[in-house]
Design a protein around this ligand. Structure first.
Ligand SMILES: C[S@@+](CC[C@H](N)C(=O)[O-])C[C@H]1O[C@@H](n2cnc3c(N)ncnc32)[C@H](O)[C@@H]1O
Length: 268
């Protein structure tokens, strides 16, 4: 691994180890991370509950994977893995950061579910032999690793032939989010700072990463502007000017500017 990528991974690790997805949604300071109240408190804001199409994808895949072994890469607090476990899928949940792994362990204890393993793993250098898993799930992770193409090759390596890679979601360009990012790096999801890496790709680039796979589905998501959590001039321009005007666009145009692409593919 070259030095530049190793430095990037260090930055990515340090950022996510203190910004485990979900911590930013705590609105009550008395709610302590790792408690049953904590997981219930942030739950409505977490991916599979906040964005219903993620739950639809989990339900669809869980039917195909019952009793089979799924690897989650970048599990955060483990909400997606939890839903697979509840549906009878065997799960190994992994994340780059120790805090995510600790919170996922705690979360599964609270929910009384049993994973095959919960451990630290780097998507760019997975600590598993070739052809280990029936499926790989990564949600909002691979474009934030510093080398998306390598992450997909690693996912392919650990999948059995015929195994499913279900990757939600890559950041697209052109898209409304890319425009914001390009014009002013206005982070809208985090109040303090953005992650060190969030790469945007054209759809052609994204699909081109899946060498050795057959694409089953590639769907555009988030074609409407999201609410902003920040304050200040740029945030106000976004909320009171850009958002209402943009959201008047018909679906046919807005979908061309969707900012995420989710891909399901089968290893050949
Ligand atoms: C946006 S969060 C998504 C978390 C979770 N998938 C969810 O949807 O709630 C990105 C996650 O990817 C993890 N991550 C970033 N780079 C990684 C890498 N190289 N290997 C494994 N996990 C990584 C971060 O630690 C973080 O937990």
């Amino acid at each position: 691994m070259d030095k530049k990528l190793a430095t990037t991974i260090g930055e990515v690790h340090d950022y996510w180890n203190t910004h485990t997805l979900g911590l930013q949604y705590v609105t009550d300071k008395d709610v302590k991370p790792g408690t049953p109240e904590f997981f219930a408190h942030i739950r409505p804001w977490m991916n599979p509950y906040k964005f219903p199409w993620i739950m639809v994808r989990i339900e669809r895949e869980a039917k195909l994977l019952k009793g089979k072994h799924l690897l989650e890469i970048g599990c955060g607090m483990g909400y997606d893995s939890l839903e697979f476990l509840k549906r009878g899928v065997r799960v190994t949940a992994t994340d780059l950061t120790p805090n995510a792994v600790t919170l996922t362990q705690r979360h599964f204890e609270v929910e009384r579910v049993q994973a095959e393993a919960i451990r630290i793993a780097n998507a760019l250098d997975l600590p598993f032999p070739d052809s280990t898993f029936d499926a790989v799930w990564a949600n909002g992770v691979l474009h934030a690793t510093g080398d998306t193409s390598r992450a997909i090759r690693e996912a392919g390596r650990v999948l059995k032939p015929g195994g499913r890679a279900i990757i939600s979601h890559f950041y697209r360009k052109p898209s409304w989010m890319y425009l914001l990012h390009y014009l002013g790096r206005e982070n809208i999801e985090y109040e303090e700072e953005d992650p060190p890496v969030n790469e945007f790709y054209t759809e052609e680039q994204i699909l081109g990463f899946f060498q050795g796979f057959e694409i089953v589905e590639a769907v555009r998501e988030h074609h409407r502007l999201l609410p902003v959590r920040r304050s200040g001039l740029k945030a106000n321009l976004y909320t009171y000017a850009l958002k209402p005007i943009y959201n008047l666009l018909p679906d046919s145009i807005a979908k061309k500017l969707a900012y995420k692409l989710s891909v399901t593919a089968i290893k050949i």
